[in-house]
Unconditional design. Structure first.
Length: 192
């Protein structure tokens, strides 16, 4: 029997990760495989809501110790899922008052045990334009310089995750109008 895959997909806001995931899930389902996309942040927020948090964007402002507890709980929920392919939709880091906090610290990786990582990026100008059109979230100030720094931090964080777990990481550029090309690269790299 084929081993289940747990693919962690990261991308800073505006890289087009949600759109990529929709297309990817559609293709996987067409190949008669069970698939689940789990938003790590949504799982964390569901637990935080039970403790009084009202806005998902407040998660990153919590003290690191509280974020760690929420991450652990979310990771434990993911570890119980049993679809053939589990895609964890998350961020490589959280910008917190203390600095860049890893979205996937070692304790989380040990619980989830990912088989693959996918790091989605796009040109900074494309990310900027996509973020400016998104009025559904309460985002920090957007500048091209900040976006470039976020892409660098993401690359470093996800590379560390690959080293810690021994699982491969595929960096995918999701250029404007090239979603099919990006999805094909993900499928090929992860063996889907």
């Amino acid at each position: 029997m084929e081993e289940n895959k747990i693919i962690v997909m990261v991308g800073i806001p505006g890289v087009g990760k949600t759109t990529l995931l929709s297309k990817l899930v559609e293709i996987i389902k067409n190949h008669d495989k069970s698939v689940r996309v789990t938003s790590f942040g949504t799982l964390m927020f569901e637990v935080a809501k039970e403790n009084g948090l009202k806005d998902r964007d407040e998660l990153r402002k919590l003290p690191v110790s509280k974020q760690q507890n929420l991450q652990k709980t979310a990771a434990e929920k993911i570890a119980t899922q049993n679809e053939q392919i589990i895609i964890v939709d998350t961020h490589a880091f959280i910008t917190s008052p203390e600095g860049y906090y890893p979205g996937l610290p070692e304790h989380v990786l040990k619980i989830i045990r990912p088989t693959n990582f996918v790091s989605v990026s796009a040109k900074p100008e494309e990310i900027y334009n996509r973020r400016m059109k998104d009025d559904t979230r309460n985002r920090d100030k957007i500048t091209l310089e900040n976006i470039k720094k976020e892409l660098d931090v993401q690359s470093g964080m996800i590379s560390a995750c690959a080293v810690i777990t021994g699982s491969p990481v595929k960096h995918v550029l999701n250029g404007e109008g090239k979603i099919d090309e990006a999805v094909e690269k993900i499928i090929k790299a992860t063996g889907l």
